[in-house]
Design a binder for this molecule. Structure first.
Ligand code: HEM
Length: 433
């Protein structure tokens, strides 16, 4: 249990990597692992309705922050909101945000250029700043202002530091788990966030918002179809959800990409050759992304080895049967991309970083689920993938990023999978623009 409290990926044994499914009891609670394409499909698609509910751990951890936001809602609320949020971040809308992605990344290029040669910094912190700025401009608009944006990021970070990885009440028999204690520090973090988001929401409701923001679209949908019932708190919850879901995940994949590429100069060469071929000397733009096959493969392979959401945890509504296993009502059912993506029978040399495996072939269906799969698949898949590829392409074209020698990197899973203590790197400028 102590291992689970520290990091949810440290609890798996060697044998779990080869297992297709199985169960165990943690105190009285049944925990079921679905770890084969068949069982993943069964849980996430075939019996989605029985397994659509997030784990009490996840719901309790995030309820003070996201309320009934899409990420942790289920039933009627989820069914009504999913098409709405899905539409707001739909792939057709991604190019609209391309310019923001480019501008924010280029500002980071300038900051890195100004660093004295050899300066080391934390890549995780930098990537978090980058993606927070991009998603906050996308959700709230450009008018948010640097100080308010900083308040949002800081409040999210503090909130996450205060919640536990583990809901003991659930394992001791309470099907809904125990509410997270709302101590003064947690309340302060939530209040700080509410203050900023509520102000942006009311600005938008009064027509003073940024017309290209995601929040603006939500408000317009509500004004057009009042039956959607998006009141101020629902708008706030969905805006907070998109911000949270779209920020840490992308920061994590970019950080892990720097870690992997740092030890794979042959991959870096292929990426640079591709950038030369597609962009010549100019900076990559969102329009180039479909041509950047190597960059895409690096991101896809990084998502395989270090899935930002390493565990997809659900609570069974009713008794069920997964393969030959009887599942209790309210059991915890987990699909673990961290294990599935490294399963020996599904991948050649699963431990090796080989982006080229994504160049020619697609993975076996239901063996690769960094964005989950089925009706609850990541609503921001296209946004997140495009953003990761573009930010990576712009930065790698300009900098040779290397992990500081001697640094020991330990993956740790809190809400997302990240290097414990961050990732110290140096970024050597390739050329002066
Ligand atoms: C590389 C980046 C990203 C990764 C790896 C990722 C991964 C995921 C995963 C695995 C889930 C499902 C979690 C679960 O079932 O427990 C999810 C849900 C979600 N993601 Fe992402 N995500 C990324 C980026 C984004 C972005 C950029 C946005 C928004 C712009 C976004 C919005 C959402 C939303 C709204 C949900 C909830 C969907 C629902 O429950 O119906 N994500 N994401």
């Amino acid at each position: 249990m102590l291992a689970a409290k520290r990091s949810l990926i440290s609890i798996w044994q060697e044998s779990d990597y080869a297992s297709t499914h199985g169960d165990m009891r943690l105190f009285g609670r049944q925990v079921v692992l679905a770890n084969s394409p068949e069982t993943v499909k069964y849980v996430m698609v075939t019996r989605h309705e029985n397994f659509e509910r997030k784990s009490p751990q996840m719901r309790r951890a995030l309820e003070h922050l996201l309320g009934d936001g899409l990420f942790i809602s289920d039933g009627e609320t989820w069914r009504r909101r999913r098409p709405l949020v899905g539409d707001i971040v739909h792939k057709n809308r991604v190019p609209t945000f391309g310019l923001t992605m480019e501008q924010v990344t280029l500002a980071m290029v300038e900051r890195w250029r100004a660093l004295p040669a050899g300066t080391s910094f934390n890549a995780l912190g930098e990537m978090a700043e980058l993606t927070a700025e991009i998603i906050s401009r996308a959700v709230f608009g450009n008018q948010l202002g640097a100080a308010a944006a900083q308040d949002v990021v800081e409040a999210f970070t503090r909130y996450q530091g205060l919640i536990d990885n583990f809901n003991i009440g659930y394992f001791l028999g309470l099907d809904e788990g125990l509410p997270v204690f709302r101590g003064p520090r947690l309340r302060k973090a939530v209040a700080q966030l509410d203050r900023v988001i509520d102000k942006v929401v009311s600005d938008h409701l009064e027509g003073r918002g940024d017309h290209d923001s995601m929040l603006d679209l939500l408000v317009k949908r509500q004004q057009k179809s009042p039956e959607l019932g998006l009141d101020v708190s629902a708008l706030r919850n969905e805006a907070a959800t998109i911000f949270m879901a779209g920020h840490e995940t992308t920061a994590a994949v970019l950080t892990w990409a720097w870690y992997l590429i740092s030890n794979a100069p042959w991959v870096e060469e292929a990426v640079l050759a591709e950038l030369d071929r597609v962009c010549g000397g100019r900076v990559p733009t969102v329009a180039d992304v479909p041509q950047l096959d190597w960059c895409r493969s690096v991101i896809e392979e990084t998502l395989r080895l270090y899935p930002p959401v390493p565990i997809l945890a659900r609570q069974a509504k009713e008794a069920d049967r997964i393969a030959d296993l009887d599942v209790d009502p309210a059991a915890l059912v987990v699909v673990v991309p961290w294990l599935l993506h490294r399963a020996v029978g599904l991948w050649d040399s699963p431990e090796r970083f080989m982006p080229e495996r994504f160049l020619a072939n697609r993975p076996i269906p239901y063996s690769y689920v960094p964005f989950a799969i089925g009706p609850r698949i990541c609503a921001g898949l296209a946004f997140g993938l495009t953003e990761s590829i573009l930010c990576f392409a712009i930065l790698i074209q300009q900098f040779r990023v290397r992990v500081v020698p001697g640094v020991r990197v330990e993956p740790i899973s809190r809400l997302t999978l990240r290097p414990a203590g961050g990732l110290p790197v140096t970024a050597e400028c390739r050329r002066v623009a």
